[in-house]
Design a protein around this ligand. Structure first.
Ligand SMILES: NC(=O)c1ccc[n+]([C@@H]2O[C@H](COP(=O)([O-])OP(=O)(O)OC[C@H]3O[C@@H](n4cnc5c(N)ncnc54)[C@H](O)[C@@H]3O)[C@@H](O)[C@H]2O)c1
Length: 426
């Protein structure tokens, strides 16, 4: 068998982003030949040159995959020809508050043209229950002339990847799998058994789709709970962080979540709204907990700015004209992902108030920032020159001793600094 064919067969991963690229790399590892299909020419060019932009995939790993002869990225749909398995990992954003499934539709239509009898298609993009059967299946059938469940296998398997998480990765995190019928489930499970340690079969794609939304809604609601608690605790003069630490000693019935400057990334600000939209559309009901959590979490950047205003005010300073240093533009630690990042909202608010905004983030590309935000490195001089520092994303690469020792005032939204007269927590 030629090296380019892979012992397990040919896999197409549609979308080479935070989800698709790690999956492609793992599949290479275990013996698949992989085409990483993407519509972004720039991204594909960099991938084929061995340059990874996803932290969880070091460029050396990508280079090794290319050198194996079993991986290449492509914008050419013809590269999908003769696939055995195709996995769809394209974005599922909101457009005007409603799910935008156009990426799924386009990606599916592309592979439909190359679908052969016996092949397996899996959707991984996060979406509302019903998408696999009501959208993906008809698009595949229309584009291929084949019948789902009769001629080809189809299923849904949510991705649980947590970029930057060094404890739980793709392989060790159990993967929920589903199929539109018994044979599809067998095919989908067989594929993921080659990729991850543990697969968890469920009875149909709707359950698998709901599982992912349940997981993310659970996080979203619990983060909103501690965020709202943090706002009240601050007014009540209670240290919310100490209370959370104490509550976390309970070995049952409590799960630790911590406050922060707001939620970001591709998941929490979006996925729960897929569920509430579906409930509203099909049942005419409001998913009140989701609406409430959106409301609280969306308010956090304003709360951070308000706390900063109060702190400066105590020193008879205005935000207008003050030099504010933001530490972290990504939505969380150790990732370059700045999509929907609260730091970006905070920067906007501060700019609107007339602050001189400077920002340090070694992960986020310079051209991702508003041109009025001056990008800097968090040196002792830079930190000392700021009227106030906001610690927003606690990247490991920040030298927190430097921040603690040099800053005049820090609002630490992640509770990473030791107590000190210059430190305030969210
Ligand atoms: N990022 C995460 O942590 C995470 C975790 C779990 C699930 N998810 C879900 O996985 C899905 C993908 O998220 P992501 O973070 O990898 O997105 P991403 O933006 O990083 O990557 C998606 C890629 O798909 C490409 N694409 C768009 N349309 C395409 C098409 N028609 N054909 C081929 N490629 C196309 C884009 O160019 C992009 O490179 C989303 O539904 C997301 O909610 C993301």
């Amino acid at each position: 068998m030629p090296a380019s064919q892979g012992a397990l067969g040919k896999l197409v991963v549609v979308g080479q982003g935070y989800v698709g690229l790690p999956l492609a790399m793992r599949a290479i590892d275990v013996g698949w030949a992989v085409v990483g299909l993407d519509v972004d020419e720039h991204r594909v060019k960099h991938l084929n040159e061995g340059e990874s932009y996803v932290e969880d995939v070091p460029s050396a790993l990508l280079l090794a995959a290319i050198e194996s002869g079993r991986y290449h990225a492509s914008v050419d749909p013809a590269a999908c020809a003769d696939f055995d398995v195709a996995v769809i990992t394209v974005p599922t954003p909101l457009r005007d508050g409603a799910p935008d499934l156009s990426f799924i539709e386009e990606g599916t239509a592309t592979i439909a043209r190359y679908l052969r009898p016996g092949a397996t298609v899996v959707l991984e993009s996060t979406t509302y229950p019903g998408t696999t059967e009501e959208l993906v299946s008809p698009v595949l059938e229309a584009g291929s002339g084949l019948t789902a469940g009769v001629d080809f296998h189809l299923g849904y398997s949510p991705e649980r990847i947590d970029p930057g998480n060094r404890t739980h990765g793709l392989v060790s995190t159990p993967k929920v799998v589903s199929g539109i019928d018994a044979a599809s489930l067998v095919a989908v499970q067989r594929f993921y058994d080659s990729i991850v340690d543990t697969t968890v079969p469920v009875s149909n794609p709707k359950v698998a789709e709901m599982t992912k939304l349940l997981e993310n809604t659970f996080r979203h609601v619990n983060i909103a709970l501690v965020n709202e608690l943090a706002m009240f605790a601050s007014d009540l003069g209670v240290d919310v962080w100490e209370a959370i630490d104490a509550a976390s000693t309970k070995p049952f019935g409590f799960m630790r979540f911590t406050p922060g400057p707001g939620v970001g990334g591709h998941c929490l600000p979006i996925d729960p709204s897929y569920l509430s939209w579906r409930v509203k559309r099909l049942l005419g009901q409001q998913f009140r907990l989701i609406e409430l959590a959106n409301d609280v979490n969306d308010h956090m950047p304003d709360f951070v700015v308000q706390r900063l205003v109060l702190a400066l005010n105590r020193n008879r300073q205005a935000v207008n004209g003050s030099r504010i240093l933001l530490l972290g533009l990504a939505y969380k630690a150790n990732t370059s992902d700045d999509r929907q990042s609260p730091a970006v909202v905070i920067a906007d608010r501060l700019l609107a108030l007339g602050a001189q905004v400077r920002a340090a983030d070694p992960h986020v590309l310079d051209d991702h920032t508003d041109g009025r935000v001056v990008r800097v490195v968090a040196t002792a001089e830079e930190v000392a020159a700021a009227d106030a520092v906001l610690l927003l994303a606690d990247h490991d690469s920040f030298d927190l001793d430097v921040v603690f020792n040099s800053a005049r005032f820090v609002l630490d939204t992640r509770h990473r600094l030791p107590p000190g007269p210059q430190v305030e927590y969210l």
